[in-house]
Design a protein around this ligand. Structure first.
Ligand code: SF4
Length: 199
């Protein structure tokens, strides 16, 4: 059972704003109000999809998502957005945020070029410490994503774990740990939710 209080305290100690909502519906209401009317880009995320945030924010401001719009156009427009909404593959109770990426659009947007970044994370992604967070990102989140994309990789065909494959279809091309709010980013928020969401 994840220690939410400990995680919130650790996140705040690293310069992140941190909030907790019991339900996805409560979190969605908060996020829809908080980011309405802004220039917002979405990273690929089953969590954001489950919250229905694109539909709620679209039309209130400039909202782009390559899952909902023409991919190339949306990815180019995402670079100009002020706010980036995404999830994490794992969050350590010690406050580190871990993400694996293939194309790099998602992790790069969390590191530089945005005024604000917001991570939306279900409780299933919390890990007791940093090593466990990296393990989860590699051995749970990444193989499940490879399965979702139907990749020709050993983690799709075999048991659920990472085989550190050299497949041309490998989706894991970079692993990024965010230790604290990036210096040129005005605000980084982590919204934790007491439900299982995404991978
Ligand atoms: S490195 Fe390869 S085997 Fe490991 S999770 Fe990524 S795609 Fe699967």
């Amino acid at each position: 059972m994840a220690d939410i209080k400990k995680t919130l305290k650790a996140l705040r100690s690293r310069g992140f704003e941190a909030r907790y909502f019991e339900t996805a519906a409560e979190a969605a209401d908060y996020l829809a109000q908080e980011y309405a009317g802004r220039s917002v880009a979405f990273g690929g995320s089953k969590t954001l999809e489950a919250l229905g945030l694109f539909e709620r924010l679209n039309g209130t401001g400039s909202v782009v998502w390559h899952w909902k719009q023409d991919r190339e156009t949306a990815l180019a427009a995402a670079q100009q957005a002020e706010v980036y909404l995404t999830s994490a593959n794992a969050v350590a109770e010690t406050g580190e945020l871990v993400n694996i990426d293939g194309a790099g659009n998602r992790v790069s947007a969390t590191l530089y070029g945005k005024k604000e970044v917001c991570y939306v994370v279900g409780k299933n992604k919390l890990a007791p410490d940093y090593d466990a967070a990296v393990w989860r990102a590699r051995n749970v989140a990444a193989p499940l994503n490879a399965r979702r994309f139907g990749k020709n990789t050993p983690c799709v065909k075999g048991e659920l774990r990472c085989y550190d494959c050299k497949s041309p279809e490998r989706i894991c091309r970079a692993l990024v740990t965010v230790w604290g709010k990036m210096l040129d980013c005005e605000r980084v928020e982590v919204v934790l939710i007491g439900e299982d969401l995404g991978y």
